[in-house]
Structures are given as C-alpha cells and as structure tokens.
Design a protein around this ligand. Structure first.
Ligand code: ATP
Ligand code: MG
Length: 258
C-alpha cells in the first residue's frame, strides 16, 4: 500500500483541500483510497460528512495514525492519504514516518516558506521522500508563473528542496467543490481546477512508482536521464530511504518534466 502524508507546520496551506480533491481524483481513476483524518480539527471529516458517500472511505485516526494505516492495508486499500495538523506533533512525525511520499503544500509567502522549512527538516531527519506543492498561488499569465511563485521556487531550490514543477492555483472552484462535498473532478470535470488536480495526481502516481522500484543502478540511471525521467531525481542533503527505509533512493521531486 502507498501512503501519502499531507504535512505542513503552517496552517491553511491546503493539506485538507489537496487530500480531498486528490482522493476524489484517485477514486474516479478506480484506485481504492482510504482518507485518514489525523487532524483533531476534523476538516476532512466535515467534508466527508457533507459528501455523504462511501467512496473515498474515511477514518479518523482516533487510535493513532499507525493503527489506521495498518487497518487500511489489512482492508486491501491501495492508497492511504493522511491529513495532518499544522504542527510538528507526534502524530505528524508518525504520518511522515509511515509515508511513501510526503506532500508539503505551500503558499508563496514568506510566512509559509519560513514555516515549511521545519517540516522539510523533519522529512529529512526521518529519511522520507517529500515534495513541496505550491497551492493557492496566483494564476499563470501566458503560461508564465507569477513572479512571487518563481521567487519562492528559487528559495526552495537554494535549500535543495524538491518542488513540483506545476502549481495549484487559487480558484474559487476548489472551495465551492469542498462545500458541496465534492472533488474538483466531480464539480467541474472540464474546469481548469480539475485539470490541475489531475496533473498532480498523475505525477504522484509516477513518483510513487519510482520510489517503489528496486534501487538498482540501471533503474536509477534511467530515471536520472533528463529525457526519460518521469520524476526528477535529486540527491543532496535530503536523500531519503525507500519504502520502510530498506532501499536508498534519492528524494523524488514530484515533477512532470519528461
Ligand atoms: N487552491 C486553493 N484555492 C482557493 N482556496 C483554497 C485553495 N487551497 C485551499 N484553499 C482554502 O484555504 C483554506 C485553508 O485550506 P485547508 O483547510 O485545506 O488548509 P490546511 O493546510 O488543511 O489548514 P490546517 O493547517 O488548518 O489544517 C480553506 O478555506 C480552503 O478552502
Ligand atoms: Mg487541514
């Protein structure tokens, strides 16, 4: 089973929002997903209640994140998405430790960038692959990202943090959809929001596949080639272990450059 942890020490960066939209996206692609709400605020649980549907399934991590992940695996889910609170508590560490890949949503502001460094450090300390996802950022103009996003990207690159090359734009559709208990794909299948979520989901799947591949030199060499890479593999201080720390792989940045 693949475990995605949504983590960020900063509040309001979009952890619950991305977890909900991506879970719907994955469910519609016939993946079996369990959402684990490890945040006492219960935002994801509220969305699920409004939704009133069985899929994707949701469980509150009342008996701990580890127990919830174990039962998700026992029940045969392919994916577990863990939504965590905006802090560095034990439950966040547990989620990161259990994650195949940690997604760190981040707005492009100095407050957000400063705060997520602590989450990045925690991923590095726990040796887990992670990627920063720009969320709720200004829209692109003629395919060029806003200056504030480029600046933020440069800042993160300077500390060798893997960052998704795309972005989730600030769009009312994301909020309207959540209020209706829906995901972007259900709310407006042809809308730009749905396309952004779809692109993010497909690079997550490819990144996780790369993480789970045996760490043999041929495979890594192939992935590292700029032409054939489905995920950008970067080494450096953030080099992380593979699943359960058995394998050693460079941290994959969720990246759609091919
Ligand atoms: N891409 C987006 N476009 C517009 N609004 C967004 C976007 N992402 C998140 N929001 C809004 O920002 C607010 C915070 O989002 P969300 O609750 O998902 O963040 P969070 O990181 O889970 O917060 P917390 O740390 O408090 O759990 C919500 O009102 C949500 O609807
Ligand atoms: Mg939340």
């Amino acid at each position: 089973m693949n475990v995605i942890a949504f983590a960020s020490r900063k509040g309001g960066t979009g952890k619950s929002t991305l977890a909900a939209h991506l879970a719907v996206q994955a469910t519609m692609a016939h993946r079996s997903v369990l959402l684990i709400d490890a945040d006492p605020q219960g935002s994801l649980s509220l969305w699920h209640e409004i939704r009133g549907k069985e899929q994707p399934a949701l469980r509150r991590a009342t008996r701990g994140t580890q127990e919830a992940v174990k039962s998700a695996a026992r029940e045969g889910h392919e994916w577990a998405f863990i939504d965590t609170p905006p802090n560095l508590s034990a439950s966040v560490s547990d989620a990161i430790r259990l994650a195949t890949l940690v997604l760190i949503p981040c707005r492009a502001s100095v407050f957000d960038l400063t705060a997520i460094v602590e989450t990045i450090d925690l991923c590095r300390k726990l040796n887990r692959p992670y990627s920063v996802i720009f969320n709720a950022v200004p829209s692109k103009r003629s395919d060029a990202e806003a200056a504030i996003v480029s600046d933020a990207r440069h800042g993160l690159t300077a500390i060798k943090a893997p960052v998704w090359s795309g972005q989730i734009t600030h769009r009312a559709d994301y909020c309207f959809a959540l209020g209706a208990g829906a995901g972007a794909r259900e709310f407006g299948p042809d809308a730009t929001a749905a396309n952004e979520i779809s692109r993010l989901w497909s690079v997550i799947e490819r990144s996780v596949k790369a993480i789970n591949e045996p760490a043999n030199p041929r495979t890594l060499g192939k992935q590292a080639s700029p032409r054939s890479a489905v995920v950008h593999q970067s080494s450096g201080p953030q080099a992380a272990g593979g699943e359960h720390g058995r394998k050693r792989l460079p941290t994959p940045a969720v990246d759609e450059r091919t």
